[in-house]
Write a protein that binds this ligand. Structure first.
Ligand SMILES: *Cc1c(COP(=O)(O)O)cnc(C)c1O
Length: 389
């Protein structure tokens, strides 16, 4: 996909940009140059497409959720099946894309930070595949809560470094990873996991995730002969949503709907501010620091959101709504029972809202729900939540 002028500059309205120290800025400038050099290079594209197909298992289906549609009795609901990707979610699309870029740039070592561990696992997987050294920074508190994901990363050959500085949380892990990058930029590539961070990361992540809507657009035209009424995706940092929206942004008649957890409703309750090196809409505490959030879906627990979503919200091109953890939990069970598909708790937020929206629409309407991941990882947590009641 061609980069828009906004993506090239790194500004989406007032949002985005790069608010980092000078030495880090030099590293980011070089990353931008290399990305622009390779993104349209036919060999690079071929290689990316090879791994999408042979390793990730794309293209994945756009499944008509016939039982769910019948049960609800409104719009036809289609599911874009990112849950069927290798490793069970959309994050691998971006991890493979960035690691191919890292290889071209001569990097021998990949670093990343992770909160819940999902991005760490996707990164460790890609590193194992490409024989790269892999270092994952993770807040000490998070390594204790996500011990199984730490073990998973170690199985894949990664070194997980627990960060004890500060509060030992995601933000501190980000700081450590950036320090590492500045010290080791000659050999090291920082693989960022969502459509956030300083320019050029949001544009890079969107580029690699836009495969989702490239496929879904082709698939829906084949199946329905028309574009969908709306595309619905859950929004944490915003990478699966921006990938699911990308090829529809210029199609003014297609509604774009981002679904946030009511417990981490960044775009609904936040204000413009600079966090983690870029400007976005974010929830701040009374001291002006990013406020910790508490969603049942670990992957949606981020106080900020990508700059392009911030702009799509302010400009009115996309709608952002919230559903509660309880509603997501019900959607998790409903989709499992009715379609035989256990969705990730993150994706369950999108399913929950799609069910509400479908009821307001007619059988002539078509909804695409981006099923960002599978729920196997969440079964134990849901077991605990249901049995507590
Ligand atoms: C990480 C994750 C998300 C949230 O991240 P985005 O960058 O907002 O897409 C959503 N769904 C699943 C399954 C995830 O693993």
């Amino acid at each position: 996909m061609e980069l828009t002028s906004a993506e090239k500059k790194g500004y989406f309205g007032e949002f985005g940009g790069s608010f980092v120290p000078e030495d880090l800025q030099l590293v980011l400038n070089e990353l931008e140059n290399q990305f622009l050099k390779y993104k349209d290079d036919p060999e690079f594209i071929n290689e990316y497409q090879y791994y999408l197909k042979e390793y990730i298992g794309r293209e994945n289906p756009l499944t008509f959720a016939e039982n769910l549609t019948k049960q609800i009795g409104g719009a036809k609901i289609y599911l874009k099946r990112e849950d069927l990707n290798h490793t069970g979610a959309h994050k691998i699309n971006n991890a493979i894309g960035q690691i191919l870029l890292a290889k071209r740039m001569g990097a021998k070592r990949i670093i990343a930070e992770t909160g819940a561990g999902q991005h760490g696992v996707a990164t460790a997987t890609a590193c194992a595949m490409f024989g790269m050294e892999c270092v994952i920074y993770m807040g000490k508190v998070d390594t204790e809560r996500q011990a199984l994901n730490v073990f998973r990363m170690e199985l894949l050959g990664a070194k997980v470094i627990p960060v004890t500085k500060g509060q030992g949380r995601l933000k501190d892990a980000v700081d450590e990873a950036l320090d590492d990058l500045v010290r080791n930029y000659k050999t090291t590539f920082y693989l960022l996991g969502s459509a956030v961070g300083p320019h050029p990361y949001p544009s890079i992540v969107k580029h690699f995730q836009s495969i989702i809507s490239e496929e879904s657009k082709r698939q829906i035209l084949e199946k329905e002969g028309k574009l969908p009424t709306a595309v619905v995706a859950c929004t944490g940092g915003g990478s699966n949503a921006i990938g699911a929206f990308a090829h529809y942004i210029d199609e003014e008649d297609v509604r774009l709907v981002g679904v946030e957890p009511a417990e981490a409703a960044t775009l609904t309750e936040g204000v413009p501010a600079v966090i983690h090196g870029f400007k976005c809409i974010t929830i701040l505490d009374e001291n002006g620091e990013p406020k910790p959030t508490f969603s049942i879906a670990a992957g949606l627990d981020y106080p900020g959101v990508g700059p392009e979503h911030s702009f799509l919200k302010v400009s009115g091109r996309a709608e952002y709504v919230t559903v509660t953890g309880q509603e997501a939990l019900e959607a998790f069970q409903m989709l499992s029972k009715v379609e035989g598909i256990i969705p990730a708790l993150e994706s369950s937020h999108a399913v929950a809202y799609a069910v509400k929206l479908a009821k307001e629409l007619t059988p002539n309407d078509v909804l695409i729900v981006n099923l960002s991941g599978r729920g196997d990882k969440d079964v134990e947590q849901v077991f605990g939540m249901i049995n507590k009641k």
